[in-house]
Design a protein around this ligand. Structure first.
Ligand code: PMP
Length: 386
């Protein structure tokens, strides 16, 4: 299998799997137990927490382990929105229209609870701080913007927003899921109040992630998500998943510059080869990270290309339509390219991981060429014969 869909999920890194395997067999004691083996597990969790905070450069934040980023996004937004409203700060939120559904659906829910949301679309393929400021009113409590968009790989200007956010709002949530796994990420430089992450995007399994929380206002305390035995500082009860927490820590340790260099080389190689072979294409979005490449191939039907690549055992994603098995058009492409229906049906996403090679890209391109040839032949055979 040629796997070029690493933004959907990544293979579990063998080193991460080893750490998990060992902990499953050796560290099964309940971290809340009073005997030494239990206490040692609690210590390992807190050590892991500290280590991850250092690896993402967020030493002063509180970090809570969650089941993944859907949970972390829900928790961060619901807690901060409701707390700010309860404190009388307001009820309006400004968010980008290109957020992941685990953010957009929470905002939609908040609209049923008396909140107003403004959704910003890119101007000329970009988001600007001016857009956020213009949408902000005296009622605005929070801003929401993702660091890297999962469909186009667009990197949003979070540093710039972070520099001014505190002057305009009470909280700023950043979905940082697609930023990890390739080189170092310095979250402290972003100046947001909360960040979400998900292990399965960087070589850890599904079912583990975190919420990092660093409020600007001490009254903005994080509200409990799950009530019960008081784990995770009493805010997210439930027996901790130590093996996965250790696996997640290992995955963060392994995310280094070499991974970033590898995926950058692959992205350049892909685009150079397409040019050399005379295949017309356009890369969707702007300010993209190298590991997510969303391509518009005029006159190539994306669903046909997906079937063709699937038959050749290559895993890629539709750039837009048919995501998650649905026929809905991509809200991200719609925000970037309104009134460009063709692009929706003629775009695909490739996303690279450290295991990918140039040979795999060659195989993908060959499939693309085969499809073009077949389409051409079909077109000719359907022309009236004279
Ligand atoms: N945010 C982004 C940007 C994502 O790409 C994803 C996963 N597709 C999520 C949130 C949700 O993460 P999880 O699968 O851990 O719930």
């Amino acid at each position: 299998m040629i796997y070029l869909d690493n933004a959907a999920t990544t293979p579990v890194d063998p080193e991460v799997a080893n750490v998990i395997h060992e902990a499953l067999l050796e560290n099964y004691y309940n971290p809340s137990s009073v005997y030494q083996a239990g206490k040692k597990n609690k210590h390992l969790i807190n050590q892991a927490r500290q280590q991850i905070k250092e690896l993402i450069h967020l030493p002063k934040a509180d970090l809570y382990f969650t089941s993944g980023a859907t949970e972390a996004n829900n928790w961060a937004i619901l807690s901060q929105a409701k707390k700010a409203k309860a404190l009388g700060y307001g009820h309006h939120i400004v968010a980008t229209a290109i957020e992941h559904p685990s953010v957009l659906e929470v905002l939609k829910y908040l609209e049923t609870q008396g909140f107003d949301i403004t959704y910003l679309k890119p101007h000329d393929l970009n988001f600007s701080i001016e857009q956020f400021i213009a949408a902000t009113t005296p009622q605005t409590i929070g801003w929401v913007a993702m660091l890297v968009n999962n469909e186009l790989g667009a990197r949003l200007p979070i540093e710039e927003l972070g520099k001014i956010a505190k002057d305009h709002v009470k909280w700023f949530h950043v979905d940082a899921v697609q930023a990890f796994g390739h080189g170092k990420v310095d979250l402290e430089a972003l100046n947001a109040t909360s960040y979400s992450a998900s292990g399965h995007k960087l070589g850890a399994p599904k079912g583990i992630g975190f919420l990092a929380y660093q409020p600007w206002d001490e009254k903005m305390t994080l509200q409990p998500l799950l009530h019960g035995g008081g784990q995770e500082a009493g805010l997210r009860s439930g027996t901790e998943n130590l093996p996965y927490i250790l696996g997640l820590t290992k995955a963060f340790e392994l995310a280094n510059q070499a991974n970033l260099d590898n995926v950058s080389e692959l992205a350049s190689y892909l685009m150079n080869q397409l040019k050399q072979k005379g295949i017309q294409f356009e890369r969707n979005g702007a300010h993209q990270v190298p590991y997510i490449v969303n391509l518009y191939f005029p006159n190539i039907d994306a669903s046909q290309l997906l079937v063709q690549t699937d038959l050749a055992n290559i895993a890629i994603s539709a750039g837009s339509a048919c995501s998650a098995g649905s026929l809905e058009l991509s809200h991200v492409l719609s925000a970037y390219y309104p009134n460009d229906d063709k692009r929706h049906h003629q775009s695909i996403r490739l996303s690279f991981g450290k295991q990918n090679t140039k040979e795999e890209i060659d195989t993908f391109i060959q499939q693309l060429i085969n499809l073009k040839e077949r389409t051409k032949q079909l077109w000719h055979s359907q022309q009236p014969q004279h």
